[in-house]
Design a protein around this ligand. Structure first.
Ligand SMILES: Cc1cc2nc3c(=O)[nH]c(=O)nc-3n(C[C@H](O)[C@H](O)[C@H](O)COP(=O)(O)O)c2cc1C
Ligand code: SF4
Length: 665
């Protein structure tokens, strides 16, 4: 407690007293029903974060006009009264834990998708909200006035539904931001042109909201303080612009970025914890009002420092709370080593919500709705579980088994645990991935019923001696190397400069020390791993070429990483060769085929990243040997099929189902 006295000091704002300085910023989930209603699962998801000690939860953006202002595949609504009873139930349930609750009211403007809303979206002008987005229709003045009124009415509903505060979303390329930003606002009337005119719509909304909620109800304003795009508002511009918006705003929620700079809004993995708190400091210093800062903040020491340095008054932990709803409680109780920190991979959250129209999930947290309710159970009889493979899937399975009281043994043939996640985190921009194996190990080492054997590849006899009830095969994957002329005899071989991802990772410390400026680097494969290699070498000013058989790069990437990678490719002038197949590998060049044309792409360092394939050679033998012995054998993670970390982790956690099946629980 004393260690983090700033984090655990309350903050009072008008009628709202927040018990600590950790807030959950709004994050769309796609949990809402098709009609915009909140449901039981959705409430449970927020309830876990309230139970975990969060000071203030700002519920995800909710639509003030339907369908025109809708955002996301499904979205909560507050445009009519009928949504109030279930929202009241939400606030009532969260308040039981002493958590304050706000909600973010929003109109998506040009960020609405025409196929979803059934008409052309609207905006300040006719500029799409992102590259390649739909062209919107400029709003008439009468429509502007109507939307202003809708914000006010929505805020009144927010208040009656039991929320402690309302947040107006004025950032991230939604309608208000489309008036504030010179990138979008090309109007020539009283709502466009000068800074004052561009702020007029937002000003009217704030006033409309204040008129409805009264003087003592806190209003938060979320802004993209620096739009981080050429031609957009800079921090300096925003500081001027806020002079017109300051009145009646109680707390500034200082975010950053627009749609085309999404990697700064939902921060990519390589950005440091709290990297954008200087923006919140600038707003705080100028307006002398409380501010919220967010952005990859996972570490309590950094949160405390931001507060003690006076950079912000409240710390937003978004994805960090998806990953671990108990972040606050763990920090409070000194259990920091077992915080399941978000690794900022953006795969299950932003990737699912924005990219894939799925409900959000999380790479490191296999059940973001119920969290760890399964822990209330334990096995009711002696149950032995043997896990083969100490990667993240195996560790998750072993952790689940140990937690539930099984006698658990884990074998790993390498000298260390953590598998591919541990390996990949050797890349400087991917260091955060190591949080996950670190967490799994910190958790599991506390169990006396868990034993790990490293440097051991077990045979069936060794396994049998442990009298297993369940065997979990989690032996991972290895690079897929097709039979292309020259490839197998050269890759990762002494005296060659041709590497797989593992070859690179083995030598990463050497590569970090090399002067790579101007060196020719060619990467075969434009998927996630190939692009990680591109990122490493492009940032070191090598001359990088990428070769991909498909018409586009990064098909398997989440939206944030994709935007980020595309900007790296542009910034460092990476030579992109799509629709190009590898034909032959030589010591210093790849022979490739583009259409009918063959050409050589020279390299000083070549990389082949064509995906991964399962390693499961021992599985057959296991199945045969134990077939008559009443042992359940499951194959999980990459050894079943090479996929994302998230899939293996979910399968590891599903060990509970096997325990139920064999009657152990
Ligand atoms: C899945 C997802 C949905 C989001 N939806 C919203 C939203 O509804 N409104 C908003 O202002 N920001 C939204 N954000 C941005 C977050 O509020 C937050 O600013 C961002 O994730 C960075 O903070 P973090 O690193 O702590 O996650 C969203 C982020 C994610 C990952
Ligand atoms: S999916 Fe990845 S980025 Fe999203 S919350 Fe989970 S760990 Fe964080």
């Amino acid at each position: 407690m004393v260690k983090y006295k700033n984090i655990f000091s309350p903050l009072r704002m008008k009628n709202m007293t927040i018990k600590n300085r950790i807030i959950m910023p709004p994050m769309g989930t796609n949990f809402a029903g098709q009609n915009g209603e909140i449901n039981e699962e959705h409430i449970k998801y927020y309830e876990q974060r309230a139970k975990g000690g969060t000071g203030l939860i700002i519920v995800e953006n909710v639509s003030v006009q339907f369908p025109l202002g809708s955002n996301g595949t499904t979205q909560l609504r507050i445009d009519i009264d009928s949504f109030m009873p279930s929202l009241y139930e939400l606030t009532e349930r969260l308040h039981k834990y002493g958590t304050c609750v706000a909600i973010q009211i929003n109109h998506s403007g040009a960020s609405a998708v025409p196929e979803r809303i059934g008409c052309q979206p609207v905006s300040s002008s006719n500029i799409p909200s992102k590259t390649g987005g739909a062209i919107p229709r400029p709003l008439e003045k009468s429509e502007i006035l109507d939307i202003v009124e809708k914000y006010g009415k929505a805020a009144r509903r927010v208040q009656i539904a039991g929320f402690d505060a309302v947040e107006i979303h004025a950032g991230h390329s939604y309608l208000i931001s489309q008036f504030l930003s010179p990138i979008y606002n090309k109007r020539e009337d009283e709502f466009g042109g000068s800074i004052k005119n561009r702020t007029k719509f937002a000003r009217m909304i704030i006033d409309s909201v204040r008129a409805e909620v009264g003087p003592q109800f806190p209003i938060l304003l979320r802004i993209s303080a620096d739009e981080l795009l050429e031609g957009g508002n800079t921090l300096e511009d925003t500081l001027v612009l806020l002079e017109y918006l300051n009145d009646e705003v109680d707390i500034f929620d200082v975010s950053a970025g627009l749609n085309d700079s999404l990697q700064y809004q939902i921060d990519n993995m390589s950005l440091k914890d709290g990297w954008r708190s200087y923006m919140s400091k600038a707003v705080r210093d100028k307006f002398n009002k409380p501010t919220i800062t967010t952005g990859n903040i996972r570490n309590p020491e950094i949160a405390e420092k931001i507060l003690s340095d006076g950079d912000a008054d409240l710390i937003g932990i978004g994805r960090g709370l998806i990953a671990d709803p108990n972040w606050v409680e763990k920090v409070k109780n000194g259990d920091e080593d077992v915080i399941r920190k978000c690794i900022s991979c953006n795969i299950g959250c932003a990737g699912y919500r924005i990219g894939l129209n799925r409900p959000i999930r999380c790479t490191v947290n296999p059940d973001i709705i119920n969290e760890d309710t399964y822990k209330n159970k334990t096995v009711k009889k002696q149950t032995n579980v043997v896990v083969i493979g100490g990667g993240t899937a195996g560790l998750e399975a072993a952790g689940t088994a140990s937690e539930l009281g099984c006698t658990t043994f884990l074998f790993e043939q390498k000298p260390y645990l953590g598998g591919l996640a541990r390996e990949i985190s050797k890349l400087p921009d991917k260091q955060r991935i190591s949080y996950f194996p670190d967490y799994l190990l910190n958790k599991i080492k506390k169990f006396s019923n868990f034993t790990a054997f490293t440097n051991v590849k077990p045979d069936v006899k060794m396994i049998e001696n442990l009298k297993p009830d369940i065997i979990v095969n989690a032996t991972g994957s290895k690079p897929l190397l097709p039979p292309i002329k020259g490839l197998l005899e050269r890759i990762d071989k002494e005296g060659e400069t041709l590497y797989s991802i593992f070859g690179l990772l083995d030598k990463i410390e050497e590569f970090k020390k090399l002067d790579l400026v101007g060196k020719k680097v060619a990467v075969i494969g434009g998927g996630a791993v190939g692009l990680d290699v591109v990122e490493f070498f492009a940032e070191r000013k090598a001359k990088v070429s990428i070769i991909e058989m498909m018409p586009m790069l990064g098909r398997d990437l989440d939206v944030i990483t994709k935007v980020s990678m595309m900007s790296i490719i542009k910034e460092y002038n990476v030579d992109v060769n799509t629709n190009t197949a590898l034909v032959e590998v030589a010591s210093d060049h790849f022979k490739v085929k583009k259409g009918e044309k063959e050409e050589n792409i020279d390299f000083d360092y070549g990389f082949v990243c064509l995906g991964m394939k399962p390693v499961n050679e021992g599985l057959n033998e296991l199945q045969k040997y134990f077939s008559e012995k009443n042992v359940e054998i499951i194959n999980i993670g990459d050894s079943a099929r090479a996929r994302k970390i998230m899939d293996g982790v979910r399968e590891g956690s599903e060990l509970t189902l096997i325990l139920e099946k064999i009657g152990a629980m």
